[in-house]
Design a protein around this ligand. Structure first.
Ligand code: SF4
Length: 221
């Protein structure tokens, strides 16, 4: 049993079970823990509610809940908001990492701690997000082959920006381009992104957010 010597608290927005809707683990069934609060203000943020809607939980309460509700599950996604804003999220991940496969989704603005098995998904914020200067680019060098670097691409300027970062930092991890479509944009509006990355022979995966195509903007599905 984990040793909880002092009370550690976590702000959590929601818990739910769903198929991962994006990135290299798309389609995997996961238990999602969405931590509350975020230090950024991306223009196209699709989880703005996570910045303000959350409740405080004791760390041991969260661990017990997951052990109870996800007994036979494999993957847990720690997402936000921004999970690394909270000091105790690292401890939560370390405990869960013993029994589960963990995907940590971070906006890339805090140093990414070194975990034993965790798969880190780090965003690089492109110009159309309005948070271009928030990414801690030195994090890219810490990413391992199993991790992923994600660029949400909304415009051709974003594409060129991403290209320059890839050329400069040569990430070891997988690289994912995710069209910034939200609910308003049709997938075919991003034909250019598939074509450009093919013409440029980029070693990247261009992946849409499947949960939005299937469920629209619903939460917790
Ligand atoms: S980092 Fe994520 S949660 Fe925070 S504002 Fe940007 S998109 Fe929203």
């Amino acid at each position: 049993m984990p040793n909880f010597t002092k009370t550690r608290m976590l702000n959590i927005c929601e818990f739910f079970i769903s198929h991962q809707g994006e990135g290299r683990l798309i389609g995997e069934l996961m238990y999602f823990i969405r931590l509350g609060g975020c230090n950024l203000n991306c223009i196209w943020c699709d989880t703005r509610y996570a910045k303000y809607e959350f409740k405080e939980y004791r760390l041991e309460e969260v661990v017990a809940k997951i052990k109870d509700e996800w007994r036979r599950g494999r993957w847990i996604c720690i997402t936000g908001g921004e999970p690394l804003m909270q000091e105790n999220s690292k401890r939560l991940i370390e405990i869960l990492d013993r029994d589960y496969k963990i995907l940590l989704e971070t906006n890339g603005s805090f140093p990414i701690p070194s975990f034993k098995n965790v798969l880190a998904s780090m965003d690089v914020k492109c110009p159309s997000s309005g948070e271009e200067n928030s990414t801690l680019l030195s994090n890219i060098e810490l990413l391992k082959e199993r991790d992923q670097l994600k660029f949400v691409i909304g415009t051709k300027e974003d594409y060129d920006y991403a290209l320059n970062i890839i050329k400069k930092y040569k990430p070891r991890s997988a690289v994912v381009f995710q069209p910034q479509g939200g609910l308003r944009t049709r997938p075919e509006d991003f034909e250019w992104l598939f074509k450009r990355s093919k013409e440029d022979s980029l070693n990247v995966r261009v992946i849409l957010q499947q949960h939005k195509l299937v469920f629209g903007g619903k939460r917790g599905v």
